[in-house]
Design a protein around this ligand. Structure first.
Ligand code: PAF
Length: 278
């Protein structure tokens, strides 16, 4: 497994890989790799010849007062996991390598990135779009693998790729849940046992609404009530949104066609997101 931070060297290597007719898959991560990330690597391996993983806690997607400083950093363990899973190259740049002095170029997707997560974290998707564009350019990947847990992130990035005519196809991979059904996230380590117990109502709400839908309930307001009543039993400390949205626009859904449930709530100081397509 190659571990390299030199962008010029990597790009020259990636050109050679392409010349050999191999397909390249990128799994961009911020490290603290867990089974969710490794499921993306597995999916990439099923579909691509060369697997490129990036590990970079991207400062431009964190706002003032967010958890950039305390975000878990576990590089050696991440490298071991990548090696074990048969990753070909890991890119672990520093802030200086990605954003040298005087850095000034940003990619901004309007509308879809200003609602939901974007409403609460105004610069978040600008940072995500910028870093992912740079990672796509560095890796020259044909396919990018992203987790469904960050549903809006996938929607924003797919739209960006489409609108910028970027030569990469993005693949959304299913959410991986822990044994207690909490969606895996690097931020779950912040939760106390008591907060985690309350957060489990998120998953119960999602499954209760989905089950009602699958059994024939198509009234969106009834589904909204099942969802919200269940999650509120866990007494979240703050709710940003618990609702049903249109999968394409991420606007509040008028009916259940092509709909997705999206949730963002805080337990203690930990902000969790989760979702489920109906
Ligand atoms: O989902 C993440 O971990 C990050 O937003 C990403 C895509 C690696 C960009 O920094």
């Amino acid at each position: 497994m190659i571990v390299n931070n030199n962008i010029k060297e990597i790009q020259s290597l990636m050109k050679d890989i392409k010349k050999q007719g191999k397909t390249i898959g990128i799994v961009p991560t911020m490290g603290a790799l867990h089974a969710g990330h490794m499921s993306l690597v597995k999916k990439a391996k099923e579909n691509c010849d060369f697997i490129f993983v990036s590990v970079f806690v991207n400062p431009t997607q964190f706002g003032e007062g967010e958890d950039f400083d305390k975000y878990p950093r576990t590089l050696q363990a991440d490298l071991d996991k990548c090696e074990e899973e048969g990753v070909d190259l890991v890119f672990t740049p520093t802030n200086e390598i990605m954003y040298g002095e005087g850095y000034s170029t940003y990619i901004e997707a309007l509308n879809i990135s200003q609602i939901l997560e974007g409403a609460v974290r105004p610069i978040h998707f600008r940072g995500v779009c910028t870093v992912c564009t740079k990672l796509f350019n560095i890796s020259m990947a044909d396919y990018g693998f992203f987790g469904q847990k960050d549903y809006q992130q996938v929607a924003v990035l797919k739209k960006m790729v489409r609108e910028l005519n970027a030569p990469i196809e993005l693949v959304m991979c299913p959410i991986i849940r822990d044994t207690d059904n909490l969606a895996l996230s690097s931020r779950n380590v912040y939760l106390s046992p008591e907060e985690r117990a309350r957060a489990l109502f998120i998953n119960q709400g999602l499954f209760a609404a989905k089950e009602a839908f699958d059994k024939g309930e198509k009234d969106i307001n009834v589904l909204r009530k099942i969802l919200t009543d269940t999650i509120l039993k866990g007494k979240p400390d703050h709710v940003d949104y618990i609702d049903i949205f249109d999968r394409n626009t991420l606007e509040k859904a008028k009916d259940v066609n092509n709909a997705v449930i999206l949730i963002a709530a805080k337990y203690g100081s930990t902000r969790l997101i989760d979702n489920m397509e109906l």
